[in-house]
Design a protein around this ligand. Structure first.
Ligand code: FDA
Length: 409
């Protein structure tokens, strides 16, 4: 056997969770080796939040996460809170702002968060090998771990798997963590795309292609599938967010949020004008306005949307308001308030922001993120079946799970 580099902890994956966990473990006095197969560190942080990294959410609670076991994330989230991470960001002099619903973004660039995490790693004396793939991992008789990497063998008391989820394979995502978990006997909750734009069949979407680029605040809802032991259908979930029409379907925060709950084959329902009673407004307009139907409706939507909508319903946009039958008004109002449509699919792993599903939490400790089957093996971050809503929650899970693990190593 070749001589192996020996460390207390080998952390695989230098993304959000891996960098943070490695830094914390190093600062607690452990010798830590961090390896990542990608040439660049933390690519997902770099592209996150439109380049400004929505690094946490001030109001994060366990209710903002999906998992077969919704309680699993509680312990880690309670012990390392958004306020703790904000304090670290402030210590590093990074200016930030709140954009929307507790979402915190860097004023300048996501690079600042990466530099902060690297500085924290340096403070903890963390050694980083990158690019460096891990080819094999085995447990030795004395209970320690031996990894075969592209830069040689590594022996470690603990191994932390922080290899993230499947989205955006071109910047380093892989199924390494899921495969490794399976190989060592862990159950996997089937991975699926989350926070992802939804698509429709070309035929179904044809009437709406003209609306590509239009955005509006909506209420969007769907009925999620049963989770965990419960066989009962859960109540519908709804989000009040912005919707964006695209050439192939729907995107924007509203759709990204609902996509995490959407079950293939199930419809989604959209209230396109949640702030307005459309029927009442149009009936009042009928009494006082001589404008054409399409122009009147455009005062609630945009002209392009109003025209598309009436055309889709087979109604004459040039009809003067006083001649519009009440039944048409009701039909338009109902269709705008409860637009029900069934997506054909999603934009896929290249466009998904996160993976739902992952290493089954039944096989992990919620206190330490250590495997219940393989002592000394830990899973943190997105590879675990804990998925945050859109809005900084996924990074908060990366930090919190990374900290819970680091404290236990
Ligand atoms: P992460 O993906 O960060 O890191 C995994 C690391 O493991 C990578 O560096 C990868 O190269 C490495 N790796 C993979 N396979 C390996 C192997 N076989 N060997 C060695 N290394 C391997 N969240 C949020 O809260 N706010 C936001 O603003 C955004 N924005 C956003 C935008 C976009 C476009 C995406 C795709 C995602 C987001 N997210 C987000 C989600 C967030 O980026 C994500 O949940 C976290 O980065 C997850 O952190 P992890 O450390 O678990 O994985």
């Amino acid at each position: 056997m070749t001589h192996a580099r020996s460390v207390d902890a080998l952390v695989i994956g230098a993304g959000a969770a891996g960098l943070f966990c490695a830094a914390q473990a190093g600062q607690r006095g452990l010798s830590v080796l961090l390896v990542d197969h990608a040439p660049k560190v933390a690519e997902k942080i770099r592209i996150s939040g439109g380049g400004r990294c929505n690094f946490t959410n001030r109001e994060a609670t366990p209710a903002n996460f999906l998992s077969e076991n919704p309680h699993f994330c509680r312990s880690a989230l309670a012990r390392y809170t958004p306020a703790d991470f904000i304090a670290l960001v402030q210590q590093h002099g990074i200016a930030f702002h709140e954009k929307h619903k507790g979402q915190l973004f860097c004023d300048d660039s996501a690079e600042q968060i990466i530099r902060m995490l690297l500085a924290e790693c340096e403070r903890g004396g963390v050694e980083r090998w990158q690019p460096c793939s891990v080819q094999d991992l085995e447990r030795l008789e004395d209970g320690t771990w031996r990894a075969q990497t592209a830069r040689g063998a590594v022996q470690a008391r603990s191994v932390v798997v922080a290899t993230g989820g499947l989205p955006v394979p071109k910047i380093g995502a892989s199924d390494f963590g899921l495969k490794l978990a399976e190989r060592f006997g862990h159950r996997i909750v089937a991975p699926r795309q989350a926070l992802v734009p939804l698509t429709f069949s070309a035929a179904e979407w044809a009437p709406f292609v003209a609306m590509a680029g239009q955005a509006m605040p909506v209420v969007i809802s769907t009925r999620p599938g049963a989770t965990g032991k419960s066989k009962k259908a859960p109540p519908p979930v709804a989000f009040h967010e912005d919707l964006l029409f695209t050439h192939r379907g729907l995107s924007g925060p509203a759709v990204l949020q609902i996509s995490s709950f959407w079950q293939p084959g199930q419809p989604i329902t959209i209230n396109l004008l949640p702030q307005v009673d459309v029927a009442e407004t149009l009936r009042a307009a009928k009494q006082r306005s001589k404008r054409q139907w399409g122009n009147e409706l455009a005062s609630l939507l945009t002209q392009r949307m109003a025209d598309t909508w009436l055309q889709m319903l087979g109604l004459d946009a040039s009809l003067p308001m006083p001649q519009v039958p009440d039944a048409q008004i009701s039909r338009v109002a109902d269709s705008l308030h409860t637009w029900q449509l069934t997506p054909a699919g999603t934009e896929g792993w290249n466009k998904a922001e996160v993976m739902a599903g992952g290493v089954d939490t039944r096989d992990l400790s919620s206190q330490t993120l250590e495997s219940r089957l393989q002592p000394g093996l830990y899973f943190i971050g997105e590879v675990v079946d804990v998925t945050g809503w859109l809005g900084g929650y996924n990074f908060q899970w990366a930090w919190a799970s990374g900290m819970a693990c680091a404290e236990a190593l």
